[in-house]
Design a protein around this ligand. Structure first.
Ligand SMILES: [Fe+2]
Length: 274
């Protein structure tokens, strides 16, 4: 960690009217003042996903920045680094058969207490391609008709990690979380309502018959992908994305094979959706 840091004013540059902002004037390789952490947290709550450029974070920097926003979670699906169990490597190259996060999802919604957010830093990115799209689940909820909002308000959905992680880790005896959450959750900090189902983890609406559940979920997945709820981020080396996992979904686009894309992620613990 650096001993002397110059902390400027945090500058927030919105990227769309609904979601996403770039943050300037802050050096994340430094220990941040509480005032700066609050400004970043406020920007996260308002814009749901925030981005930083030119932040060559060491694992210690990454952990310290993450811990400014809460305790860090150990990933329930894949292993962290041997010396840094809270840090998960994200890597794709010419040998990759699939990449993490190719389908729209919120991280680990299968957990009983899904993460508050995730902070991803990419150190190696392709010359072009490899963008990540983020979608606002506030915008998705607010765009539904009043009868549909009313219908969904009392329903829950099952979120299962088994079919997501089993193909990655194989039959090693590990079990993965499976949880039931409200389809419409209330953000614990902003009090706003948002949709909380995603095509990676969500399997079933238990109050409906199977064919009703399939039809409603597939309508919602399509709805959540509307371009006007989204922001699309183009990475550069040492870019950082910090998303509020409670009110967004994201999709990592694998359009750069066989190029290398590599970085690290930490995950901030969250609470039980209500
Ligand atoms: Fe993800």
């Amino acid at each position: 960690m650096k001993t002397a840091c110059i902390e400027g004013n945090v500058i927030v540059r919105p990227m769309t009217a609904r979601i996403g902002a770039e943050i300037e004037g802050v050096d994340l390789t430094c220990s941040l003042e509480l005032k700066t952490v609050k400004e970043i947290r406020d920007a996260l709550l308002r814009y749901q996903v925030i981005f930083f450029r030119d932040q060559p974070l060491s694992h210690e920097d990454h952990l310290r920045f993450g811990r400014s926003f809460g305790s860090l979670a150990i990933h329930s699906g894949v292993s962290g680094l041997p010396d840094y169990p809270e840090v998960v490597a994200i890597h794709a190259d010419a040998d990759s058969k699939f990449v993490a996060g190719e389908n729209w999802h919120s991280d680990l919604s299968c957990n009983n207490e899904p993460p508050l957010g995730s902070i991803l830093m990419m150190n190696t990115v392709p010359d072009y391609g490899g963008d990540t799209c983020f979608s606002s689940m506030y915008a998705a909820y607010e765009a539904l008709s009043e009868p549909m909002r009313h219908f969904l308000d009392g329903l829950t959905a099952i979120h299962d990690g088994e079919h997501v992680y089993r193909p990655i880790v194989g039959n090693n005896g590990k079990t993965f979380p499976c949880s039931e959450h409200p389809i419409v959750r209330t953000h614990p900090e902003t009090g706003r309502k948002c949709l909380f189902v995603n095509q990676s983890y969500t399997t079933r609406i238990p109050q409906l018959s199977k064919h009703e559940s399939d039809a409603v979920l597939s309508m919602l997945y399509r709805h959540c992908m509307a371009a006007d709820f989204q922001v699309r981020f183009r990475w550069r080396p040492n870019s950082v994305a910090f998303w509020d996992n409670r009110c967004t979904q994201h999709q990592a686009i694998w359009d750069y094979y066989p190029a290398v894309r590599s970085g690290f992620r930490v995950t901030i613990s969250g609470d039980k959706p209500f």
